[in-house]
Every structure is written in C-alpha cells, then in structure tokens.
Design a protein. Structure first.
Length: 384
C-alpha cells in the first residue's frame, strides 16, 4: 500500500483507516485512532487467548520477532530494545537508573512535554544540577544552543526529537555525534517522530517512545532503546521474575539481571499491546518511513501559507525541511481559541488545543499521511 494509492482510492482509505468515515482526524500528535489492521491484530491476539494460556497461544518466537522488527526500524540491535510501556515510564527508568554523583549536571528543556521534564527535575534531590536550556524561540533547539550550555560536568542531555507544540525537529544525528565526542550521553524522547520521520539511534544512548501517536499503535505499548555499551551503567530500578534470572522460577541467593535490554522488563509482557505495536511497525515498514516524512513535510509547506492567508499566526512558520515536523500550530488574533477548538470538534474535525507559558492558546494540527488535502481545507473553511 502506498500513500498515492490511499489518496486515489477512498474505499481503500476508509477500509484501512475507518476513522475517516466519521471524522477529519488531525490530532496524531496527541492520541491517534487505530488503523483497521492494528485493531484486527489486537482482536486476533485476544481471541486466540480465550481458550488457552495467553502466553502459550503465542506463535513461536513472537516476542523475539517483534523485538527484531522494532530494532530494524530504529537501526538498532534486538538486544538493545525493551518493552516497558509508556514513554514517561521509560524516561523515568533512565533518569533514576544512572549512577549520578553530586556535582554532575543534566541539560533539559523546560518547555518540552512534561514526561521529559519531571524525571530529570527529580534528580535535584540527589545533588544533580538540573540545567534548564535557554533558547530564543519556543521549541527551536539548535546545535549552538546545546553547545553553549554544557560543560565538563554535564553527563547527559535529554531532549525531545520534535517539540510537541511548534513541530520543530532537532538534528538528532549531528547533535548526538557532537555530544558523544565530548563523552556526554544523549537521551531522546522520540514519541513525536517515531512513525513520522526517520529516527535513527546511531548517535543516541537512550530512546523512549510510546506507539499511540504517529506510530498509530495502542496506548502504553512503547519501546525503550538502551545502547548496548551503556546497559551496564543503567541499573534497573525495578525487580521481578523476568528481568532477574530465576531458573525454574526459583528465587536465587543473589540478584543477577539479564545481560541485555530485557533487564528493564520486570514482568509479563503486555501481549495485546505488543500485538498492536507489531502491526503498527509493520504498517510503517510497508508504507515507508521516508515516504511518510516527505508527505508530512509537503502538507506543512502548503498549510502554513494557507493559514497565514486566512490571517492566522503560525508558530515557527519558517522551518528548513530538515527541521520541519508534522505539527502546525496556529492562532487567530483576537479569537477565543478554546471556542474555535470546540466549533471544529462540533464539525467532526479533531485537533488539539495547547497552551504556551505566555498564557496564549493555539490549535495544533497534526495530520498524518493518510489524511487528504481536502480534509485540511475543511479546517481552512471553518476559519472563514
């Protein structure tokens, strides 16, 4: 299935993405609806388990094959992938599991999504200096911004791959390479790019992302990537039968963690979530992540001037293609944005209402590759 085929065949589009028959869904940066094949995969896994042990009913090597599929998309190794659920949990594992010492510092961006802020702020109780990055424009993190705010005591930089309101994507590879040359670890909250743009871990030490946004997967079915070379430094902060070796399900006299990323998987897997995750990753591979990225950039390139022509103010309107994400946020000067958001919802147009620290509110559009230009024009029509 290709993007061109979807846009040319409405019956195919409605079959693969049932939501389009009921709504114009432009909220993928929040919580996405499930494609039919993802929902079918979850349903099939549930039905297979109604008359058998849920784990015993799995096909051979089901979890291992799913781990390999995720690793292929991230250009990682299977033993670097853990299934731990929500992004917030995975990031908390990283923040709490590192061997911090008083005097160390971490660099974060305070206006990132809270999931990638609070776990690091909590380190202050352990004597770690939590540096809040100072930048000129909301979400617009450049290489120079990071370079000027780290020093010899900076042990880790934690950023989002794409800002959740402005849609600005950081140059992950260039930044990660620079940090590694200085012995600084790089942790990436990739939930706003995984499934939307190529997201490589070549120069990343830790990556966390749930699948319920651009991956079009279930909630709380997320991945944690931990580079093999740093797994010995990241101590598991939870203990259970799965991540601690328990031969014959018998507790041992000492705690001996598994020697790969499964050391962060404390207990039984979320098998229904994994079924949806597996189908979601397979769909991304079929459509092609570079094709998806090109389509999202194309949409934004015409949507921004179209909104401006309607008199709207667009957050970060000028973005180089390499920094443009799938998010476009706008405000209508003098308008009640909450009321406009409700009017769009009443017209079955799903968007997100997001606030910024200056007290303003913005409508966030986050269309995906299966959305048509005609659906985006519906938004413009409601702006008068």
């Amino acid at each position: 299935m290709t993007i061109a085929e979807l846009h040319a065949d409405e019956d195919l589009r409605r079959h693969e993405f049932p939501v389009v028959a009921a709504k114009t869904f432009l909220g993928h940066a929040a919580v996405a609806p499930l494609p039919r094949r993802v929902a079918d995969a979850v349903k099939a896994r549930a039905e297979a388990a109604v008359t058998a042990d849920q784990e015993a009913s799995l096909p051979p090597n089901y979890v291992a094959d799913t781990r390999r599929l995720v690793a292929d998309v991230l250009q990682a190794q299977p033993d670097e992938i853990a299934f731990v659920g929500p992004t917030s949990l995975a990031l908390s594992y990283v923040a709490a599991g590192m061997p911090w010492k008083r005097g160390h510092n971490v660099l974060i961006y305070h206006d990132d999504y809270p999931s990638n802020v609070y776990p690091w702020m909590a380190l202050a109780d352990r004597g770690v200096e939590v540096r809040l990055m100072n930048i000129r424009e909301l979400g617009k993190i450049r290489m120079v911004d990071v370079q000027g705010q780290v020093d010899e005591n900076t042990k880790l930089v934690a950023l989002a791959s794409c800002h959740f309101v402005t849609g600005w994507r950081v140059n992950v590879d260039a930044l990660g390479k620079w940090l590694h040359q200085r012995g600084i670890l790089f942790c990436l909250d990739a939930i706003q790019t995984l499934g939307a743009f190529p997201t490589s871990v070549e120069h990343v030490d830790f990556l966390a992302a749930d699948t319920h946004k651009w991956m079009l997967g279930p909630c709380a079915a997320g991945v944690l990537y931990v580079r093999k070379a740093v797994q010995a430094r990241l101590a598991p902060i939870v203990h259970g039968w799965h991540n601690v070796r328990s031969p014959g399900f018998l507790s041992q006299e000492s705690i001996d963690f598994r020697d790969d990323a499964r050391r962060y998987e404390v207990g039984s897997h979320n098998l229904l979530g994994l079924a949806g995750l597996r189908a979601a990753f397979a769909l991304v591979e079929e459509v092609g992540i570079r094709n998806i990225a090109a389509e999202l950039v194309r949409k934004r390139e015409w949507l921004v001037p179209a909104l401006q022509a309607k008199g709207c103010e667009v957050l970060q309107p000028q973005m180089p293609p390499e920094n443009a994400g799938g998010i476009t946020s706008f405000a209508v000067p003098g308008a009640d944005m909450a009321a406009l958001h409700r009017r769009l919802a009443d017209a079955d147009i799903v968007t997100s209402l997001r606030g910024t620290r200056d007290g303003r509110h913005w409508i966030r559009l986050s269309p995906h590759y299966y959305n048509t230009d005609a659906e985006l024009h519906r938004v413009l029509e409601h702006l008068g």
